[in-house]
Design a protein around this ligand. Structure first.
Ligand SMILES: NC(=O)c1ccc[n+]([C@@H]2O[C@H](COP(=O)([O-])OP(=O)(O)OC[C@H]3O[C@@H](n4cnc5c(N)ncnc54)[C@H](O)[C@@H]3O)[C@@H](O)[C@H]2O)c1
Length: 298
């Protein structure tokens, strides 16, 4: 079976980006969300993303016209999935919501439909049973701003059919992603398994007052050749997200260092509304952060 019709469930921050990119690459895409209001909002996002694709990726008016023609919208799950070869799920990061969604989806989707979750922190085996078709279920994980940051991490669970897995690797490539297959389940996939400890370590150095943010970033950039250091990355991700991750671990483990790290981010950044690139200030000020200056590494 060739994948032609894709339904993206959940049209929030990531869902709509996935839908747009998939339609941009020529697939028929149905955007599904639970309520009409969310659907109306999704339709409005078309103009915003079109502008971004024009500016950042050089998309032509013809390509954008075709993208629009490839997109349709529905708040009725049965209708939205009636023709679907693949459903990409981007509903909120909450296990209960996801389980309920897959229970409903299993009732209405055609038997051949493949289900893929975009979950960042859950692993497929936590959800597989609810899909009622574990062999046709896996994770397909995108990054924010997928047009530019085009990673697609593909992660099955023990019972994912290898042929389905390979088909999704091919699909990811066909929608312009760099397909990154994982051989087994790993919370945080590849990227966050690497990135979260780096960002935590930078926060630890700051909390212990070992060095300041520009020195930490400079060390990383000069020594590894990376174009950006961990504090610069924290500004891009948004300090609220970093805080939420550290706070969750701190609350669960009561680790004094993690509690201190969470309190530090709260006091120095959240309380001052210095949330990173989004608010114009975090560790650096934007749009011209110091680490991009020519003499930063000197
Ligand atoms: N935001 C990110 O940077 C990012 C990056 C990678 C992966 N993800 C993952 O993508 C998923 C979605 O995250 P998001 O940030 O786009 O969330 P979001 O809250 O912005 O969007 C979720 C959308 O799902 C809709 N929704 C809620 N319940 C639903 C249901 N039962 N059926 C259909 N739609 C429903 C909501 O109305 C909303 O539009 C999560 O699993 C998250 O881990 C997010």
């Amino acid at each position: 079976m060739k994948i032609k019709n894709v339904t993206v469930a959940g049209s929030g921050v990531l869902g709509y980006q996935i839908a747009f990119q998939t339609a941009f690459k020529g697939f028929n895409v149905t955007v599904y969300d639970i309520n009409e209001e969310a659907i109306t909002k999704a339709q409005a996002k078309f103009e915003i993303l079109s502008k971004k694709y024009q500016e950042d990726l050089g998309a032509t008016p013809e390509q954008l016209k075709q993208t629009k023609a490839n997109l349709s919208y529905s708040s009725d799950l049965a209708q939205a999935t009636a023709q679907a070869d693949l459903v990409i799920e981007a509903v909120p990061e909450n296990l209960k919501i996801k389980i309920k969604f897959y229970n409903d989806l299993a009732e209405v989707a055609p038997v051949h439909t493949i289900f893929a979750t975009n979950s960042s922190t859950l692993i497929p085996s936590q959800i597989a049973e609810a899909t009622k078709r574990p062999k046709q279920f896996l994770a397909l994980h995108f990054a924010n701003e997928i047009g530019k940051h085009n990673t697609a991490e593909i992660m099955g669970h023990d019972h994912t059919d290898p042929a389905i897995f390979n088909q999704i690797v091919e699909f990811a490539t066909n929608i312009g992603m760099i397909a990154l297959p994982l051989h087994k389940e790993q919370p945080g996939y590849i990227l966050n398994t690497l990135l979260v400890p780096l960002l935590d370590a930078a926060t630890e150095l700051l909390v212990k007052e070992v060095a300041d943010a520009p020195t930490i970033d400079k060390t990383w950039m000069v020594a590894t050749g990376a174009p950006i250091g961990p504090c610069g990355i924290l500004d891009i991700i948004g300090i609220t997200t970093a805080y939420n991750i550290i706070k969750m671990t701190a609350d669960a483990t009561k680790d004094p260092l993690k509690l201190k790290m969470a309190a530090y981010l709260q006091k120095e950044f959240l309380d001052k509304n210095k949330l990173g690139v989004g608010t114009g200030e975090g560790f650096y000020t934007y749009p011209n952060p110091a680490f991009r200056a020519k003499d930063f590494l000197k």
